[in-house]
Design a protein around this ligand. Structure first.
Ligand SMILES: Nc1nc2c(ncn2[C@@H]2O[C@H](COP(=O)(O)OP(=O)(O)OP(=O)(O)O)[C@@H](O)[C@H]2O)c(=O)[nH]1
Ligand SMILES: [Mg+2]
Length: 455
């Protein structure tokens, strides 16, 4: 994967028809400057020097003008990748920017792989792996809180914490190894002190592990499917909750035929809501297809809102539908409470319940609290760390935790010091894999394949 000699090129900005007044094509690698000189003409006396913007024309070597543009030159090591980087700030949209990229490719650059600019930044020591992952999170952030978390990661706060723990382990390792090599010349090993050191490291690991759930919620968000019989007010609920007219509402049962989505943010966590076709027995093939999709949405969702009609109460159809559901992820929504003078009897199902009136936008706050409680987001919010760990980092931290616990056992059993170091080394390696100090190429491949091209 690591073709160091290549100069890579990619479009660094989003490409969309008629969108974006400016688009950036980026080059990185030893040939960047040479390629830029071949395809960019800067009229007058402009000087090609680092961190300076040149004005001019992007043109083929034969002289055909492709675009009027700005060129930004960032020579190594003062660039994102620590290689020579050239950016062409050209016109946006779809066509010109693609032509500029093609021109770079025809003149010696190779199309960058996903995340390859960031990978080079990591390999040149400009970023550690946690920072690289934070960049992907930042670009993908769906709420202000997710962006804030990613920024904390990008600033290296998590990386520094992990590195600190790894160095603590390395210090203990050095102490132990000295005993193995020169036992006679050194004072006796202070086992108690080593035990305390390991305990403190384990406590820190616990704290970091506690951030995993919140991190996952902030990164991935929550998918919520609204399901129920026809006409109970599912689409009305989506509209009331998202404060939009996203879904069509009529008094005819069977109005919604396809899954309709809306996005919102609840307590900093991105939430995707899916309104689905009402589930009932039908002979209409189109409606049946819609119902199949409702069931798929139900399966994929983290949380299912089972909506029932307060006026009709719990019906046989509701009962049948509830039997298909994993009740562990269900919140029951009793809607149309505005039509009732008193609350309806509680349905015979064990799950949290919320009363709403979608037409009056009532009960939405209670619905949001029930949702957060269900996701245990309430407890998770209470961490005072701004950064969080992702699944990969969690796996590695669990490995480190296990290894250190094994070491504690080995120590307690008074096995020879060589045995202690085996577990300690495993912990050091696991911690190193988080920041990238000890990481295999296949792990790098997996991380960077999730990036988009140009990053
Ligand atoms: N009074 C009252 N009427 C409601 C409420 N919610 C929805 N309705 C009415 O119930 C009817 C059906 O609402 P929808 O939101 O289309 O119901 P649905 O569950 O999406 O129906 P399908 O798409 O057919 O499955 C409409 O006439 C709504 O105005 C509510 O809270 N109170
Ligand atoms: Mg509907």
């Amino acid at each position: 994967m690591l073709d160091w000699g290549d100069t890579i090129a990619a479009i660094a900005t989003a490409v969309a028809p008629e969108q974006g007044s400016i688009a950036i094509v980026r080059l990185s690698g030893a040939q960047s400057l040479e390629i830029a000189r071949r395809i960019f003409r800067a009229p007058g006396q402009q000087i090609w020097e680092t961190h300076r913007i040149l004005y001019g024309y992007i043109q083929t070597p034969a002289g055909q003008i492709i675009d009027e543009a700005l060129l930004l030159l960032m020579l190594a090591p003062r660039s994102y990748t620590r290689e020579d980087v050239v950016e062409f700030h050209c016109h946006g949209g779809m066509i010109t920017v693609q032509k500029v990229l093609d021109l770079c490719l025809q003149n010696g650059a190779r199309l960058a792989r996903p995340g390859e600019f960031t990978l080079r930044a990591v390999l040149h020591g400009r970023l550690d792996l946690t920072q690289a992952e934070a960049i992907a999170d930042l670009v993908a952030a769906k709420s202000a809180a997710s962006a804030e978390m990613a920024l904390a990661g990008l600033q290296g706060k998590l990386g520094q914490r992990i590195q600190y723990l790894r160095h603590q382990c390395l210090d203990v390792l050095a102490e132990l190894e000295a005993r193995i090599d020169f036992d006679e010349d050194l004072p006796q090993l202070n086992v108690e002190e080593i035990d305390t050191q390991i305990r403190v490291i384990l406590q820190e690991i616990d704290q970091l592990l506690a951030t995993a759930e919140r991190g996952e919620l902030l990164r991935r968000g929550i998918k919520v499917a609204i399901v129920g019989r026809p006409n109970v007010g599912k689409s009305s609920l989506l509209n009331a909750w998202s404060q939009t007219d996203r879904a069509i509402v009529t008094d005819l049962p069977g109005t919604t035929r396809d899954v309709v989505d809306a996005y919102l943010v609840v307590q900093g966590i991105p939430v995707e809501i899916l309104d689905t076709a009402g589930i009932r027995h039908t002979v209409d093939p189109v409606e049946q297809l819609g119902i199949d999709r409702s069931r798929q949405a139900m399966q994929k969702a983290d949380i299912v809102l089972l909506v029932i009609d307060a006026l009709t109460g719990w019906t046989q159809e509701d009962q049948i539908l509830s039997q298909d559901l994993d009740l562990g992820k269900v919140i029951m929504v009793i809607n149309k409470t505005d039509l009732m003078s008193e609350l309806p009897p509680i349905p015979p199902v064990k799950c949290p319940m919320v009363y709403t009136s979608a037409v009056q936008s009532k009960g939405i706050d209670q619905l949001e609290s029930a949702l957060m409680q269900k996701m245990k987001a309430g407890n998770i919010q209470q961490t005072n760390l701004t950064y969080t760990i992702n699944r990969r980092q969690q796996t590695a931290l669990l490995q480190a935790q296990q290894a250190l616990q094994n070491m504690q056992t080995t120590m307690a059993q008074e096995l020879p010091v060589d045995f202690w170091t085996i577990d300690l080394r495993t912990a050091i390696q696991a911690l190193g894999s988080i920041t990238g100090e000890e990481v295999t190429e296949s792990v790098l491949d997996r991380i960077f394949s999730k990036f988009c091209i140009g990053k």
